[in-house]
Design a protein. Structure first.
Length: 237
């Protein structure tokens, strides 16, 4: 059995890849071949590059996993953040956000879904996918679309016992959030938004990923699980 982790060189993707590779066969996917190569050597896994600007036909892409390998899990950590009001967002920026956050998930799931009977696919949304946050229009559109696609896919592939779920975090301390958390003042302001005032990290996410990939969650599909300090649902004061 093999697990696929896309966006594997980021903070969260790297943590997931290392955790899975300790006991499983893993294939990591990303766009930075130098970083992929270094990580693959570190944790002794295979890797493949993905270019969302020049994707190949899905049947060809799916060949990165040999036909005799059962695909047990797919985790897509490919993503981006854009915080701008809609009137200040260029069409190229909007299209890029959709491509990175939504199209990548379509491409990966459409490439591997038919080979994932009894498997688990996990995608990453954002609290902005369900809660209206100012200046998040582009990322909200992409993530809300992702959540809708995942629910429909959960219905389509339930007959194969392929579970499709989404994790929707709040702001995480990661490569993507470096600009947003560049100063201590910015970090404190970001923390203050959350009912549980902290910035998330991969340790908050990893247990949820492991659970969704395991048989302990064998009756869970079509769900969006919020890991956001309560921001999406709670107003304590």
């Amino acid at each position: 059995m093999v697990y696929i982790v896309a966006g594997a060189t980021g903070v969260v993707g790297s943590a997931i890849s290392k955790e899975l590779a300790s006991e499983n066969e893993v294939i990591i996917i990303g766009r930075d071949e130098e970083k992929l190569s270094a990580l693959s050597k570190e944790i002794d896994v295979e890797y493949s590059t993905i270019d969302l600007d020049n994707t190949i036909e899905q049947r060809e892409f799916s060949k990165i996993v040999p036909d005799d390998k059962e695909i047990k899990g797919l985790v897509n950590c490919i993503g981006s953040i854009l915080i701008k009001p809609l009137h200040g967002t260029k069409i190229e920026e909007f299209e890029d956000v959709i491509k990175v956050n939504l199209f990548s998930s379509y491409y990966l799931l459409s490439s591997f879904a038919r080979r994932m009977k009894n498997g688990s696919a996990i995608f990453f949304s954002s609290v902005a996918g369900t809660k209206g946050l100012s200046n998040h229009e582009a990322i909200a559109a992409a993530k809300a679309g992702l959540e809708g696609m995942a629910r429909s896919a959960a219905a389509s592939y339930a007959k194969d016992n392929l579970r499709v779920n989404v994790i929707a975090p709040g702001l995480l301390d990661s490569n993507m959030s470096q600009r947003l958390l560049a100063t201590e003042q910015a970090r404190e302001m970001s923390k203050s938004i959350y009912p549980i005032p902290k910035i998330g990290d991969f340790n908050d996410i990893l247990p949820v990923v492991k659970w969704l990939l395991s048989d302990d969650s064998k009756w869970v599909t079509g769900q969006t699980i919020h890991v956001d300090g309560g921001l999406s649902t709670v107003k304590p004061r």
